[in-house]
Write a protein that binds this ligand. Structure first.
Ligand SMILES: Nc1ncnc2c1ncn2[C@@H]1O[C@H](COP(=O)(O)OP(=O)(O)OP(=O)(O)O)[C@@H](O)[C@H]1O
Ligand SMILES: [Mg+2]
Length: 288
């Protein structure tokens, strides 16, 4: 899907962010290619959200350079990020509870007809088309207040597609979702990649990260502590780098023998099966 010999879509060079005495990010350099899913993992406070906020225009870096599409880019606001095709979904997206799904999708970007009037018909049909990419259970005329947490998250994700973005930033998109809803979101991420879009995903659950990413970036204390092709690394290695222990075979073996390690394995099996099941049932509902 993506080719490393192409020029990267996004290039970060020595990005730093300081909050008072805290180095939230220290000289972070990273390339992201078109059609690539990059996962960012790390302990609490490692700088994951800060990194994604810098790319999404929510946080101005104290130092470093950003290139986007081969051009120097200064992304000082969400609006500027959107204008070049970068969109983000953060936890706790705002919705208007008294409005329906379609109105919430287009909130602030309502479609107008040739007389400058609000065009509900066009919005509903576009909303229906976008939601079909996700989940059959959500109807566009349904009040947003009747949706489950997972369905709301789906609407938040669907909203990102309105402007045909090239790069989608997701900060823990599956936190507090059920396994079925998580599978839905992960399959959606895979579909974005098939469409040639890039995704940067902050993940808290390693099995989810391994199930969907092409590369895994480990952040620790604001610095990059490892960059790996997902297919060429292991849970042990990533856990060791998150924790900042060296990757000696004794350390990796001790990680493998932890109880939590078995939980990771069973979670991975569960998530893979649910993703297959979910993908198959979506294909059935919508045909080829
Ligand atoms: N607005 C802010 N003001 C001051 N310090 C901040 C601010 N935002 C983040 N920090 C600090 O910067 C560091 C990185 O925070 P960040 O939120 O990026 O971490 P994270 O990896 O996303 O953590 P978590 O897993 O808890 O979401 C932390 O030490 C945090 O306390
Ligand atoms: Mg965070």
């Amino acid at each position: 899907m993506f080719r490393r010999d192409d020029a990267p879509l996004l290039k970060l060079r020595d990005i730093s962010v300081r909050f008072g005495f805290v180095d939230a990010l220290k000289e972070v350099s990273l390339d992201v290619f078109s059609g690539e899913v990059v996962a960012i993992v790390g302990d609490n406070g490692a700088g994951k959200s800060t990194l994604v906020k810098v790319i999404g225009g929510l946080q101005t870096p104290s130092g470093g350079d950003i290139e986007y599409g081969g051009q120097p880019a200064s992304i000082h606001s969400v609006h500027e990020a959107n204008a070049i095709g970068i969109v983000s979904v953060f936890q706790g997206q705002e919705f208007c509870n008294n409005l329906d799904v379609s109105s919430n999708l287009f909130l602030g970007h309502e479609l107008k007809d040739s007389h400058g009037m609000r065009d509900d018909e066009s919005m509903n049909s576009k909303a229906r088309q976008i939601l079909q990419e996700f989940s059959s259970a959500i109807r566009v005329g349904q009040p947003i207040s009747t949706l489950s947490v997972g369905q709301r998250q789906t609407v938040a994700l669907a909203r990102t597609l309105l402007n045909d973005p090239k790069l989608i930033l997701l900060d823990e998109p599956t936190a507090s979702l059920s396994v079925m809803q998580t599978a839905e979101v992960l399959n959606y991420i895979k579909r974005l990649r098939t469409q040639g879009r890039s995704v940067i995903l902050i993940g808290h659950d390693l099995p989810d990260v391994f199930a969907v990413s092409d590369r895994i970036i480990v952040l620790r204390h604001g610095r990059i502590n490892g960059i790996h092709e997902t297919l060429e690394t292991s849970y042990e290695q990533i856990i060791a780098e998150i924790a900042g222990v060296n990757g000696s075979s004794a350390n990796l073996d001790s990680i493998t023998s932890m109880n939590q390690y078995d939980n990771l394995m069973s979670r991975r099996t569960l998530i893979d099966r649910t993703m297959q099941f979910q993908a198959a049932s979506t294909d059935e509902s919508y045909g080829p």
